[in-house]
Design a protein around this ligand. Structure first.
Ligand code: C2E
Ligand code: MG
Ligand code: MG
Length: 760
């Protein structure tokens, strides 16, 4: 689940599918192109064929006509020979013209009833039927006759030419010649037709007179062209109409072109042309349209093959690019989703995982854990980066072994972790096991320091969708945990949010509030219980807003210490107090020493001592009129440096008080190393001290010890008369507390205690 929850479909499959689709489209385009090409090509061939057909027909006409012209010129010459009735002259003319190659035979049929041919004379009555018919016909016409005749000698058809012979307008008979039809298509002018298909000569009834030597469309045995075509056709109406058109063309003497579909689904293209030279003859040539396919198919095959090669090459390139880019993608994915230190996942992955897991397991209540290792900095410094990193890795690997597939833990950065967990009954046990395993691991690596986690928890609600917001909330909860070990886990709640809002408001208002003078000085008197009179005061800040609401230091001082604004506020308070004291001294009023609180943050500022000195000198206050209160916690940071700064402060003519003594890790060394003027015993410590004999004894010794080294002791938080009596008995002279006075607005304090012209 963790590895593959968002894995996308293999892109290679997609590419292959796309490749196949492209291939299919290419093939379809090819087929369309080629079929368009075929149809264009077919039309072009058809037009070309028809043009050739007519031209061949015309050439055939020209050939026959030249035969006729030979006979006509022979008839011209024959006139005088016939008129002389001299046989030798007649034979001579015949002999002269017989040699023209296109003429098969040449004969003179005289009106004398004789036929002259090849040096012989025959009686016309002995001749065959065709000649007799011709003789009869020639009697009725006086011009050239051309027709077809079937000669009984060889049973072959011939073109018959008959030209009347005149001499001085008197008819002497006619010359007759035959032209062979048998090999008529052997001439070069029929090459195109013969290569494409075959040629026929038919009479007007469709009876075949001659054909190309290798003609096959009409069988040898068949004589009727139209009938053969009808038999050869698929018998459909369209083909029948085509044959009919051909039959009509015979009658009408038309030139044209028809197409007949054959039984084998081929298309027979037929061109017809009526010869002008022999009115009874039709020249026909035809070809099978399949020959177009023969020419187009290799083209189609080459196109399809090219398409396949291109697409296959394309796919091969895509696969190659994909394979090389996959490696790059893995690296990119690693960078995008892997934490380089622990080799676990990172925040990007976590967000996607969390969204996915919440969508899949809708009914499971999930929680976001945002945690870090307590004092990890220490582990880093004490054991080195490598071992510290091993601990971080151990957290991730142990998590995977303890938690389920639908849970995930990642390292964000440094020692910051983030986890999404199923909030079931065993969650506590699982977390304990994780901590136990990590600690065992750490011990195994020689790290004795206990590994503990500070955790902010956010319980994901049903309508939550924004992962960033959930993580932020868990982090907000984590940030509420203090640096100490008092609390290790914090749960996000509305109260936290309210506090955050409050914090936001304080931070956004603080600058303006300082400029507007909303930070007011309150004074709490310090009391000398031996003399039972005021002995000084502590200045305490109050934030009095325009609407009259008052905020106490506990609400904003820690915030200002965090954001650095405390420096401005503390110097402001110091300046306000000094200014007021200066004004009062000038006015001749009574003034008592005033102590001003100084945050430990101030002591880290480089020019802190200089600034204090400047203010004290600016208002020319008597020495020791101002006491600076510094909490003992300041020595936790940088002891020797702090001691140095405090000694420098003493040179500025101020008293120094250690505030809240006994509230933290108080040490006697502090009293020894730093010459404070006053020790202020913390209110809590004091309250506890007076309750038992043992603590009271400790307090007494602190008072004695401090007095012994010349320090004044002041007890804070004195609230009862009984406490006053105890302190008196312990030898503590100075006290501060509600028993004597609460912190008062400065004017009230002045009015109450600083009336007469009394100096400190
Ligand atoms: P602190 O310096 O120890 O001041 C004494 C605190 O004890 C004051 O609280 C005072 O009102 C309270 N207190 C005095 N007598 C009694 C008593 O009899 N009973 C009880 N319950 N409380 C008593 P406050 O004014 O709320 O100040 C709290 C703390 O805020 C101060 O503790 C001090 O650490 C800090 N603080 C106050 N003003 C400033 C300031 O101007 N700058 C800085 N940096 N811190 C300040
Ligand atoms: Mg104080
Ligand atoms: Mg105090």
């Amino acid at each position: 689940m963790k590895e593959g929850f968002g894995e996308k479909k293999q892109p290679i499959m997609k590419m292959l599918v796309i490749g196949m689709v492209i291939l299919i489209i290419c093939l379809a385009v090819c087929v369309v192109l080629v079929s368009t090409l075929r149809s264009t090509y077919s039309d072009e061939i058809s037009a070309d064929f028809q043009a050739h057909h007519i031209s061949s027909g015309e050439k055939l006409d020209a050939t026959i006509r030249s035969g006729v012209e030979v006979v006509e010129s022979a008839a011209g010459v024959m006139g005088s020979a016939a008129a002389s009735y001299v046989n030798t002259q007649i034979y001579g003319v015949l002999n002269d013209y017989e040699h023209f190659s296109m003429l098969e035979t040449l004969a003179f049929v005289g009106n004398d009833g004789n036929v002259y041919h090849h040096y012989r004379k025959y009686s016309a009555s002995s001749l065959g039927e065709p000649l007799k018919e011709l003789q009869d016909h020639m009697k009725t016409v006086n011009g050239t006759y051309t027709g077809v005749v079937m000669l009984s000698e060889d049973g072959m058809p011939y073109i018959l030419i008959a030209v009347p012979v005149y001499y001085r307008d008197k008819s002497y008979g006619f010359l007759t010649a035959t032209m062979k039809m048998e090999d008529i298509f052997e001439g070069g002018e029929f090459n195109y037709q013969n290569e494409m298909g075959e040629c026929y000569l038919t009479d007007r009834n469709g009876i075949i007179m001659s054909r190309s030597s290798d003609a096959i469309f009409v069988s040898e045995s068949s004589e009727d062209f139209c009938l053969s075509m009808l038999e050869y056709s698929d018998g459909k109406e369209e083909s029948k109409r085509a044959v009919q058109a051909l039959t009509n063309a015979y009658k009408e003497n038309d030139t044209g072109f028809v197409s007949i579909k054959t039984r084998r689904a081929e298309s027979l293209q037929i061109s017809y042309y009526p010869l002008k030279s022999v009115p009874s003859l039709f020249f026909i040539s035809c070809y099978n349209d399949n020959l177009v396919d023969d020419k187009v198919q290799p083209l189609l095959f080459r196109s399809v093959l090219s398409c396949i090669i291109i697409v296959v090459l394309m796919i091969a390139i895509i696969v190659y690019v994909w394979a090389t880019s996959k490696r790059a993608n893995i690296t990119i994915e690693k960078l995008a989703y892997e934490d380089p230190v622990t080799k676990g996942k990172n925040i990007n992955y976590f967000k996607e995982f969390a969204s996915h897991i919440m969508a899949v397991f809708k009914e499971t209540p999930f929680v976001i854990y945002r945690f870090d290792i307590v004092n990890f900095r220490y582990i880093n410094e004490a054991y080195g980066h490598i071992r510290a990193d091993e601990i971080l890795t151990s957290c991730i690997t142990n998590f995977a072994s303890v938690f389920s597939e639908k849970e995930l833990c990642i390292r964000m950065d440094s020692d910051q972790f983030l986890a999404i967990l199923a909030n079931d009954k065993e969650i506590g046990q699982r977390l304990e096991r994780l901590a136990k395993n990590v600690n065992e691991d750490a011990r195994g690596r020689g790290i004795k320091y206990p590994i503990r986690f500070k955790t902010g928890v956010y319980q994901i609600r049903k309508h939550d969708h924004d992962i960033d917001e959930m993580i932020d909330r868990a982090n907000v909860a984590r940030k509420t945990l203090k640096g100490d070990d008092s609390e290790m886990t914090a749960y996000y709640s509305e109260k936290i949010v309210q506090n955050m809002r409050k914090l936001d408001r304080i931070e956004s208002d603080m600058q303006k509030a300082l400029a507007n003078g909303e930070f007011k000085v309150y004074m709490q008197p310090k009391w000398d219980i031996y003399l039972n009179r005021i002995a000084g005061a502590e200045a305490l800040v109050r934030w009095v807003r325009d609407d009259g609401s008052i905020s106490y230091p506990d609400e904003f001082v820690p915030i200002f210490e965090n954001n650095g604004f405390i420096e401005k506020l503390d110097f402001y308070m110091l300046e306000m107090v000094c200014q007021k004291m200066h004004d009062m001294i000038e006015a001749g009023n009574t003034v008592y020493p005033v102590s001003v609180n100084q945050s430990r943050m101030l002591l880290h500022s480089a020019d802190y001592v200089t600034n204090v000195k400047r203010i004290i000198e600016k208002y020319k206050l008597p020495e020791n009129a101002i006491e600076l209160e510094i909490t003992e916690s300041v020595f936790l940071d940088d002891r020797s440096n702090m001691i140095q700064i405090i000694n420098q402060l003493k040179q500025c003519g101020v008293r120094l008080a250690m505030d809240d003594f006994g509230s933290g890790y108080s040490s006697l060394n502090m009293l020894k190393d730093v010459s404070f003027d006053t020790v202020k015993i913390d209110r809590e410590f004091f309250a506890e001290s007076v309750s038992t004999e043992r603590s009271r004894w400790i307090l007494q010794k602190i008072v004695e010890l401090s007095s012994g080294i010349g320090m004044e002791v002041l007890c804070e938080g004195v609230e009862t008369e009984e406490q006053v009596s105890i302190l008196k008995a312990l030898g503590c002279r100075m006290v501060q507390g509600f028993y004597f006075s609460k912190p008062l607005p400065e004017e009230e304090y002045i009015a109450l205690y600083c009336g007469s012209n009394t100096m400190i």
